[in-house]
Design a binder for this molecule. Structure first.
Ligand SMILES: CC(C)(COP(=O)(O)OP(=O)(O)OC[C@H]1O[C@@H](n2cnc3c(N)ncnc32)[C@H](O)[C@@H]1OP(=O)(O)O)[C@@H](O)C(=O)NCCC(=O)NCCS
Length: 188
């Protein structure tokens, strides 16, 4: 798994290691999940953010279909500041909207979140670049956003565009009123 490890630099000069989640990570992952604000969770919903979920994810690691990358601050390696899912398990709604692709064999979906205190400091872009480089390295041909991105999420859309994703169709979700979302995809 060493080939999936990288390093990023915060604006204040501190560094963080980006690596796949490991079995022993349930405490820092729980702390990271519990620390996410309601605002952040309203924009990012791949699964619940509680201890039970963190423990389940750490005890069922299978990097052959889903790699969960975490960014750990070097100085306090038990503090996670970012989490990105790269998964070959494509949600059924995404499969329907991307049915024009024909096959999802070489496709993964991508879902990033950065801890609230660390957002908008260049970490999402750096961590995302590393994860996409890994996606390429393991032979994936394209990456789509898991569940799209809300139109009003300007920071996320900016980061995805900088990473090389291009905007495709749009769709409306109705869970919290009518919300406009965009699909975005990058091809290698
Ligand atoms: C989306 C997210 C992962 C991005 O990571 P990040 O570390 O905050 O982003 P970065 O600091 O790398 O980059 C932010 C970019 O947005 C820009 N930006 C900030 N505010 C902006 C705004 N209101 N409008 C447009 N762009 C904005 C920044 O200037 C920066 O671009 P630049 O590097 O060209 O200057 C992170 O903010 C996050 O976790 N948000 C909550 C959860 C979420 O929305 N996840 C994605 C769901 S689809």
């Amino acid at each position: 798994m060493d080939e999936l490890q990288g390093s990023i630099t915060l604006r204040d000069g501190r560094t963080a290691v980006v690596r796949p989640l490991e079995a022993g990570d349930s405490e820092p992952l729980t702390a990271f999940f519990l620390g996410l604000s309601e605002r952040t969770k309203s924009r990012y919903g791949p699964h619940p953010f509680d201890r039970e979920t963190a423990e389940k994810l750490c005890s069922s690691i299978d990097n052959s279909h889903t790699i969960r990358f975490v960014a750990a601050l070097d100085a306090v390696s038990t503090q996670f500041i970012g989490y990105i899912i790269l998964s070959r398990e494509i949600w059924s709604g995404d499969r329907e909207r991307y049915s024009f692709l024909g096959s999802f064999d070489d496709t993964a979906c991508f879902a990033p979140v950065i801890g609230d205190a660390f957002q908008n400091q260049g970490i999402g872009y750096q961590m995302g670049s590393h994860v996409l480089a890994c996606a390429r390295k393991i032979g994936l041909k394209r990456v789509i956003l898991m569940g799209g991105v809300m139109a009003e999420n300007d920071i996320a859309r900016r980061v995805y565009t900088k990473l090389g994703f291009r905007q495709l169709g749009e769709f409306i979700t109705h869970q919290h009123g009518d919300v406009l979302n965009y699909d975005m995809m990058i091809e290698f």
